[in-house]
Design a protein around this ligand. Structure first.
Ligand code: PEP
Ligand code: MG
Length: 763
C-alpha cells in the first residue's frame, strides 16, 4: 500500500496542470482500490462552495458544473466536520442532497475524506460503490493517508499551474498571492532571481517542447559534462577508496551509459517533453522502483540515482544552455529567491541590485532573516508553496510586514504598491531628518541604543549610526565563510578592525556561537536536535583550543583600544561560566605577562553572559556573582521557552517574542538584574522592533542592541512615545492571553501616536 501511495503522489507531482493531475488521481485511486467511483471536489472560499473538479465514475459532464455549498449535502458535511464520513447508504443519510447531473443513483456506499493543508480544508475526496456496505478500515486509512499527502501536492500543483505560464496558451500571466512569514519589514518590487545551484529534480516543473532534436542534444551534453565530473571526482579519490564508494561510481557510470537511463530519457523527449522534464520523469520512476525494494541497500540506491540526476539537471539548465553553473541571474531590481538563503549568497549578490529576499525554508528568526533585517532588505521566509525555479524571472511584489508575495501582479495592484513604497520612503525621510537627536522619550527617559554586528560587519558598520557601541558582535560568520578555522593572527586582524571602528565605545564580542542553524562547513555536526545540542559555549568549552585561540585574539586585538567586552553564548549553568572564566583568565594572564615585558598594559575586559536558556532565569543571583553584565538573547529565549524551533517553517506561527509568557520572562529578568545590580542589555531582534522597544522600555530596560539599520527608526520612535504610556501598554500586554492580543494593543497604541507606518505598509 505504501508503495502504491508513494507512486500515486509522485505521479501527481509530475503533472504541471492541476486539473489533469486530479483526473489522473481519481482514476488511479479508483483502480487501486477497485471501487466504482472516485471524485475530487475543491473548495472555492470566495463563493463558499465545493466544486467537482475530477471524477472517474460520476458523469463526466458534471465536472465544473456541480457546486455544493459549504453547508450542503454530504460533501459539505465532510468539510464541516473535518473528518472522514463512511456510510453504508448515502441516499438514506439526512444530509444527502440529490444532484441529478452527477448520476450517482446506482451508488450506495460512500466514503468522503477532507483534504486539509495548514488547518484549511482544500477539498474533499470521495469513494462510492454500488454495494450497500461500509468501506473497510483499510480503505478508509488509505484514503486518509492519501488525502494528507495530497494536500501539499494539490497546493503545489495549483501554484505550478498558475505560475508556470509556459504550459498555457494565455500570454498574460495570472497574478498569484503566496503567503509566507514576515522576515524583514519593508516593501519591494523586482524580478525573481533564483540561484541555479538550487536546481533539483524534485522542484522541477515539467514542460513540453516543440524541438525534441535540440533537447536531445542538450540532454547528451548534460550527460557528457556529468560524466566528466564523475571521472574527475573518482580520480581525485585515490586507490584506497572503500568498496561501497567504488560501487557507487560503477553505478553512476552504468546509469550514464547511453543504453541505460539515456535510452528512456530520449524516448520521452521524442514524446514531446523537454530534456529536464524527461529526465525527471524517468529518474523519479526509477527511484520509486528502487525505494519499493525490500533490500535496504537497494532502497539507498534511489538516493544515488537522484543525486546523480540532479547534477545532470544542473548541467542541462546551465552549461548545456550556455551559462555558468554558479551564476545567479542578476536583474537591476532583483528579488533573490532560494530554497534556503545563506549569508554567503547575500554576501555575493550585488547589494545595489538586491531589492528583496524570498526564502522557501526558514522562519522569522533564521539567521538569513536577521541578516536581511541588518541589511534593511525586505524579506519573506517560509514560502513553502512555491519553488525557486517557478519564480525565476517573474515580476514579484514583496510585503515584508505581512509576509506575503504577489507574483505577476495585475497593473492596478502594482500601482498601489508603488504608492505604498513612496509613502514608506517619506516616513524614512522624516526619521532621517531627526537622526542626531538624543534617544529620550517624551517624558525624559534616556535609552542607550547599541548595534548588533558580525553577520556582515562592513554592511552594518557602514549602515549608519553605531549608537552607544556594539552590543553584540557575532563572531561566527567570519568562521562560517572560511574553509577552516581562522588562525589566531587572522582573528586578531579581524577583531582589531571591529574594535577600531569605534575606539571610544564599548564593543561586546561574543565567543563562537556555532551549532544550531549555524554550521561550520569544515566542522560538521550531525545531531537529531541541533538547537538542543552541541552549540555555543557547550562546544567551545569542549574544545578549549578553539576557545582560547579566539579569546587570545580578542585580547591581543584590544591592546591600546581597551574597549573590548567578552560575552558567552548559550550559558545554562553557573559551572559553565566558571569554566569559561578560568580559560579567559588563563589567556589574559598569559598575554598580559608577554606584554609586560614590552611595558604594554593589557586592559582587562568585562565578561558577560547571554541570557537565552530558560534555566538561567532561576539562577540570576548566583550568576550575578561571576559576571560584569547580562545580555538577553530573546531570539533563543523565545524558542526555548515556547519549545518552538526558530527555524522551522511548520511551527513558525507559534514562535513569537510577544507571547505574554516571553514578555513576563523578560520583565522578570530586568527586575532581577536591577536587584542584583548587574547591567543588562537586550540584543535579540525584539529590541529593534517598534513594539518590542516600547514594551522593553516599559519593563525597565535602558540598553537595547539591534541591527544598525533599525537604530534610526527606534531612536525616532522612542522620542515620540512616553515612559508612562509604555508602562500602561506593558500591563495590557502582560495580561493578554496571546501574542495577537498583544499586537492589537501595541498597534493600536502606535496608530494613536501616528506611528503606524513603522509596522505596516503605508504612511
Ligand atoms: C539571541 O538568541 O537572541 C541572539 C541575539 O543570538 P543569535 O540570534 O545569534 O542566536
Ligand atoms: Mg542566541
Amino acid at each position: 500500500m505504501l508503495t502504491t501511495l508513494k507512486r500515486i503522489v509522485q505521479e501527481i507531482n509530475q503533472i504541471p496542470a492541476l486539473d489533469t493531475a486530479l483526473f489522473r488521481l481519481a482514476s488511479r485511486v479508483k483502480q487501486t482500490l477497485s471501487v466504482d467511483s472516485c471524485s475530487i471536489y475543491l473548495a472555492d472560499y470566495e463563493k463558499q462552495e465545493f466544486v467537482l473538479k475530477a471524477t472517474d465514475g460520476l458523469h463526466p459532464d458534471a465536472v465544473e458544473q456541480v457546486k455544493i455549498g459549504f453547508s450542503e449535502g454530504l460533501i459539505g458535511l465532510v468539510g464541516q466536520r473535518e473528518e472522514p464520513l463512511n456510510i453504508v447508504n448515502a441516499h438514506t443519510h439526512p444530509r444527502f442532497k440529490h444532484y441529478p447531473e452527477v448520476q450517482e443513483e446506482a451508488y450506495n456506499g460512500f466514503l468522503g475524506t477532507p483534504i486539509i493543508h495548514q488547518r484549511r480544508v482544500l477539498g474533499v475526496i470521495t469513494l462510492q460503490q454500488g454495494d450497500m456496505r461500509r468501506f473497510s478500515e483499510d480503505e478508509e486509512a488509505f484514503l486518509v493517508t492519501l488525502a494528507a499527502q495530497l494536500a501539499l501536492e494539490i497546493t503545489n500543483a495549483d501554484m505550478r499551474g498558475a505560475l508556470n505560464n509556459t504550459t498555457s496558451n494565455d500570454p498574460i500571466p495570472t497574478q498569484k498571492n503566496v503567503s509566507g512569514i514576515p522576515g524583514s519589514p519593508g516593501l519591494a518590487i523586482g524580478r525573481g532571481a533564483s540561484s541555479e545551484k538550487s536546481v533539483k529534480l524534485k522542484n522541477w516543473v515539467v514542460k513540453r517542447t516543440t524541438s525534441p532534436a535540440e533537447e536531445i542534444k542538450i540532454y547528451r551534453r548534460g550527460v557528457e559534462l556529468t560524466r566528466a565530473h564523475v571521472d574527475a571526482l573518482s580520480q581525485r579519490l585515490d586507490d584506497g577508496i572503500p568498496d561501497d564508494v567504488k560501487s557507487i561510481f560503477q553505478l553512476y557510470h552504468h546509469l550514464l551509459d547511453a543504453n541505460s537511463l539515456g535510452r528512456e530519457v530520449e524516448e520521452k523527449i521524442r514524446g514531446g517533453w523537454d530534456a529536464a522534464s524527461s529526465l525527471k520523469m524517468v529518474v523519479e520512476n526509477y527511484a520509486a522502483r528502487f525505494e519499493a525494494m525490500d533490500d535496504p541497500y537497494m532502497q539507498e540506491r534511489a538516493i544515488d540515482i537522484v543525486d546523480l540526476s540532479d547534477r545532470i539537471l544542473m548541467y542541462i539548465v546551465t552549461e548545456a544552455k550556455g551559462h555558468s553553473v554558479v551564476e545567479t541571474p542578476v536583474y537591476d531590481e532583483s528579488i533573490l529567491v532560494a530554497e534556503e538563503v545563506s549569508a554567503n549568497m547575500l554576501a555575493e549578490f550585488p547589494r545595489e541590485k538586491l531589492k528583496g529576499i524570498i526564502s522557501i525554508r526558514g522562519s522569522n528568526n533564521s539567521h538569513a532573516a536577521i541578516l536581511a533585517r541588518a541589511m534593511g532588505v525586505p524579506a519573506v521566509m517560509g514560502c513553502q508553496n512555491v519553488s525557486p525555479s517557478l519564480l525565476e524571472g517573474k515580476e514579484i511584489l514583496i510585503d515584508g510586514y505581512a509576509g506575503e508575495i504577489i507574483v505577476s501582479p495585475e497593473r492596478h495592484i502594482k500601482l498601489e504598491f508603488a504608492q505604498l513604497i513612496e509613502e514608506e520612503a517619506a516616513v524614512a525621510q522624516r526619521i532621517e531628518a531627526d537622526v542626531d537627536k538624543p534617544c529620550e522619550s517624551e517624558d525624559g527617559c534616556r535609552m542607550a541604543l547599541y548595534i548588533n554586528a558580525g553577520l556582515s560587519a562592513e554592511v552594518e558598520i557602514n549602515a549608519g549610526q553605531i549608537g552607544s557601541g556594539i552590543g553584540l558582535y557575532r563572531t561566527e560568520i567570519p568562521f562560517m565563510l572560511r574553509e577552516r578555522f581562522p588562525s589566531e593572527l587572522e582573528q586578531v586582524e579581524l577583531y582589531r578592525q571591529v574594535l577600531a571602528s569605534a575606539p571610544s565605545l564599548p564593543i561586546t564580542m561574543r565567543t563562537l556561537d556555532v551549532g544550531g542553524d549555524k554550521p561550520l562547513p569544515y566542522f560538521p555536526i550531525n545531531e537529531e536536535n541541533p538547537f538542543l545540542g552541541w552549540r555555543g559555549v557547550r562546544l567551545t568549552l569542549d574544545h578549549p583550543e578553539i576557545f582560547l585561540v579566539q579569546v587570545r585574539a580578542m585580547l591581543k586585538a584590544s591592546v591600546g583600544l581597551d574597549n573590548l567586552q567578552i560575552m558567552l553564548p548559550m550559558i545554562s549553568s553557573v559551572s559553565e561560566v566558571k569554566e569559561a572564566k578560568r580559560l579567559v583568565n588563563q589567556a589574559y594572564f598569559e598575554i598580559s605577562d608577554e606584554l609586560k615585558a614590552k611595558h604594554v598594559k593589557l586592559h582587562r575586559p568585562k565578561l558577560g553572559i547571554m541570557l537565552e536558556v530558560p534555566s538561567v532565569l532561576y539562577q540570576l543571583p548566583q550568576l550575578a556573582k561571576h559576571v560584569d553584565f547580562f545580555s538577553v538573547g530573546s531570539n533563543d529565549l523565545t524558542q526555548y521557552l515556547l519549545a518552538v524551533d526558530r527555524n522551522n517553517t511548520r511551527v513558525a506561527s507559534l514562535y513569537n517574542c510577544y507571547h505574554p509568557a516571553v514578555l513576563g520572562a523578560l520583565f522578570d529578568i530586568v527586575k532581577q538584574a536591577n536587584q542584583n545590580q548587574v547591567p543588562v542589555t537586550i540584543c535579540g531582534e525584539l529590541a529593534g522592533e517598534p513594539g518590542g522597544a516600547i514594551l522593553l522600555m516599559g519593563m525597565g530596560y535602558r540598553r537595547l542592541s539591534m541591527s544598525a539599520f533599525n537604530i534610526r527608526k527606534i531612536n525616532w520612535l522612542i522620542r515620540n512615545v512616553s515612559l508612562e504610556e509604555s508602562k500602561q501598554l506593558l500591563s495590557l500586554a502582560l495580561t493578554s492571553s496571546c501574542h495577537s492580543e498583544v499586537f492589537e494593543h501595541v498597534n493600536q497604541y502606535l496608530e494613536t501616536k501616528g506611528l503606524g507606518g513603522l509596522v505596516r505598509a503605508g504612511a
